[in-house]
Design a protein. Sequence first.
Length: 408
Amino acid sequence: MAAAVLALGIILFPASSFNPFSRGVRAFAIPPLAQVVDQKSFNVLETVLPPAEANSTSGFVWPGVTEESLNAKPFHIYDDEFYDIIGSDPTLTIVASSDTNPLFHEAVVWYPPTDEVFFVQNAGASAAGTGLNKSAIIQKISLAEADAVKSKRIATGNVTVTVVPSTPQVINPNGATNYKGQIIFAGEGQGDTVPSALYLMNPVEPYNTTVLVNNYFGRQFNSLNDIAIHPTSKDIYFTDTLYGYLQDFRPVPGLRNQVYRLNEATGAVTVVADGFTLPNGLTFSPNGEYAYVTDTGINHGLLGFNLSDPSSIYRYDVKEDGTWENRKTFAFVAAGVPDGVHCDSKGNVYGGCGDGVHVWNPSGKLLGKIYTGTTTANFNFAGDGRMVVCGETQLLYVTLAASGAPIS
Ligand SMILES: *[C@@H]1O[C@H](CO)[C@@H](O)[C@H](O)[C@H]1NC(C)=O
Ligand SMILES: *[C@@H]1O[C@H](CO)[C@@H](O)[C@H](O)[C@H]1NC(C)=O
Ligand SMILES: *[C@@H]1O[C@H](CO)[C@@H](O)[C@H](O)[C@H]1NC(C)=O
Ligand SMILES: *[C@@H]1O[C@H](CO)[C@@H](O)[C@H](O)[C@H]1NC(C)=O
Ligand SMILES: *[C@@H]1O[C@H](CO)[C@@H](O)[C@H](O)[C@H]1NC(C)=O
């Protein structure tokens, strides 16, 4: 089969026009902050450590590289298609940091009218003290301030981080998305008495909020995690999972972990997918044809890791009527878990993973990584060529060639 394809390739694509096999030696200029990763260099290792030593949390530093060399040039090219994504001069800048408090965790929503990006603190992390005792907070930055320091690798102190006093407060916010000029946050809830809910927030003062849904036929959700708006129907899809319980700030779960859909016009809440261990991030392809859901199943929160569970992205076909079918395993991530997931304008898929943001083409081929060497639970584009990445104790600003998918 391979030989037949090869022969066909030679007949149909003489070297003078387009030779797909010459791509590897095509004269790409490697951008200053990029490096090429030769995957063959680690196909066969002299020593392959057992799972108790080499696993999703241990980090992978293969022969010929060091943690320093991986960080020095953080745009890792795994496939030539990545050159088009990063462009000729991508940048990565740490624009804010904290000692241990995971202030830069999730959401990541760009609000074009003020050119600000909103993000949230980790709910349930002991270093934050959030979860049961107090709610995680929402904060924001101005992208003009971030862009002014993009030529630096570290620019903490140059970018102002402002607390957003949502009113009534979004309790333990996590994922978020643009929605008709406003922002929807998934609140994970707090203890037995504050149910998990979707909150609509006005992105300008006084940051007033309205709860869109806080129950399923009278039953509390477990802990809502992330939200995505279907690009054409504008229906609100959201994931419900166990992290509130696995981080000790929500009761024993009363519902299955699954993905729901809310039709705002009728109020109807329906289930579109289940069968996950811990469903987490979700997004749609720009044309709405596909839905992507991450499953962070290996990470059981305070209970530790079960390495045989999913660390995967699943893809579904979205039918005309908004229901989903044809679940396909799109990617499995070796470093940490794929948490937040977003597409660019061309339908390439980006996932926030244990060592940075991984990028796949629509076939699930790994094109490259925006490497941070640390967990980046979520991130998002801020229009054309700009991205904000949450690294728990670091907030990063990235510039690259790719553009975000249109926002709802
Ligand atoms: C993963 O490897 C680290 C060492 O890098 C070890 O401390 C940890 O216990 C391992 N995790 C599991 C679940 O075996
Ligand atoms: C919550 O507060 C109690 C009492 O002050 C304290 O013992 C506990 O460690 C706190 N929990 C978290 C997760 O911070
Ligand atoms: C960033 O902060 C440094 C130190 O405070 C200051 O010298 C520099 O002018 C600032 N740069 C920008 C672009 O604001
Ligand atoms: C915020 O308040 C304004 C003025 O009362 C109202 O029109 C708007 O719907 C509110 N937005 C939200 C998200 O609650
Ligand atoms: C990990 O998950 C598998 C599949 O659900 C289960 O059989 C196994 O007992 C789990 N292991 C641990 C240590 O929880």
